[in-house]
Design a protein around this ligand. Structure first.
Ligand code: ZN
Length: 356
């Protein structure tokens, strides 16, 4: 396999085909030596044996090697689509101000509605969300170079600091390299604060809160980030600690706080979805699974919900069972009940001693 996207190797390519993973459409093409046909990963046709498949980074390369496009999955259309998506990404990245959907679609020769779907399917976010993420990443880069936060925010093209924080509310996950390596290179400050729900561990990097849990201590933090410099807070993160405590005491007055957390792609998708549940409302695990487009993944959603590293701020307590009972909670069911009660929700059904 030559010239592949550096993130796609033979193994991930085969896994993408095995799972008919649309996200890899346009990134890799699989050609079947026995039939002479090449497909995109999401092709609905039956899977050939692994030893009969070779991978190409582009449809052109597959054709140059003598393969023909599958009539069922039309991999060349994907190729055109991905060129359009890449073109739009380049436009967004070069632009001072994010282009509108209509401008982007016109520039790459697609109808806006169709292009929006295409783009979202390829990258998992809409063009507007992509532009917001890009702007936020630029702000982060500035933050690293320049700790005068407000300047950095204006430098990155935000109208106001509140714009920055409302964007960061939509986003999760930063500096993946540091997280992958147990937090190497990161300084994490923490406090154990008293709260109406008992002692709370609140920890943050320079970019945002990375852990908020009930009844944990420094040791838990060291287990999660074995390579980070862990320090008791010297006041640096005090405003975020206050904000987190407000989110517990008076949820309706909770400020938008920056988060610095990272999970698997699936976990992050679930956590993003949890952040969309409005104050005072609940969802079932099945609702969340449906909302992320994986209605069959109810159990996995429960697990991702349970592995949320920032309680309250990623409101996993707003997810209850379809039958109206509480379900599980890492911080203890009494705390889940209290958090919901503070938002005006009473869960009357009996608690079941079940684990999600
Ligand atoms: Zn096909």
């Amino acid at each position: 396999m030559r010239n592949l996207d550096p993130l796609v190797n033979d193994e991930t390519a085969w896994a993408a085909f095995a799972e008919r993973d649309r996200r890899f459409d346009g990134k890799v093409f699989g050609a079947v030596t026995t039939t002479g046909i090449y497909c995109k990963p999401s092709c609905p046709a039956r899977r050939p044996k692994r030893e009969h498949v070779v991978f190409y980074a582009t449809a052109e390369e597959a054709r140059a090697s003598g393969y023909r496009a599958c009539l069922r999955c039309r991999p060349d259309d994907v190729s055109r689509d991905s060129i359009a998506v890449r073109g739009a990404v380049a436009l967004i990245e070069q632009a001072e101000e994010a282009p509108s959907l209509a401008e982007l679609a016109a520039a790459v020769g697609y109808a806006p509605h169709h292009f929006q779907r295409l783009f979202s399917r390829a990258l998992g976010v809409s063009p507007a969300a992509y532009a917001r993420g890009l702007r936020a990443r630029r702000a982060e880069r500035h933050l690293e170079e320049n700790d005068r936060v407000t300047d950095a925010i204006y430098d990155a093209g935000y109208q106001s600091p509140s714009g920055f924080y409302s964007d960061s509310r939509e986003r999760l996950g930063m500096t993946p390299s540091a997280w992958r390596d147990g937090g190497r290179g990161e300084t994490i400050r923490f406090v154990v604060a008293d709260s109406p729900l008992g002692p709370l561990l609140i920890a943050a990097t320079a970019k945002g809160i990375c852990r908020l849990t009930f009844g944990e201590d420094e040791a838990a933090l060291r287990r999660q980030f074995p390579n980070a410099a862990i320090r008791p807070d010297d006041g640096t993160i005090a405003p975020w600690v206050d904000g987190a405590l407000t989110a517990i005491r008076q949820p309706e007055a909770a400020p938008d706080l920056p988060l610095d957390v990272r999970g698997t792609a699936f976990q992050e998708k679930v956590w993003q979805e949890l952040r969309k549940i409005p104050l005072g409302q609940t969802r079932s695990y099945a609702d969340i699974a449906a909302a992320i487009g994986q209605p069959g993944a109810v159990r996995a959603v429960g697990t991702a919900n349970g592995s949320n590293p920032v309680s309250v701020l990623v409101p996993c307590h707003r997810v209850i069972r379809s039958d109206g009972t509480l379900g599980g909670y890492g911080g203890g069911l009494p705390n889940k009940r209290k958090l919901l009660a503070a938002e005006g929700i009473t869960v009357a059904a009996p608690e079941l001693p079940l684990v999600d």
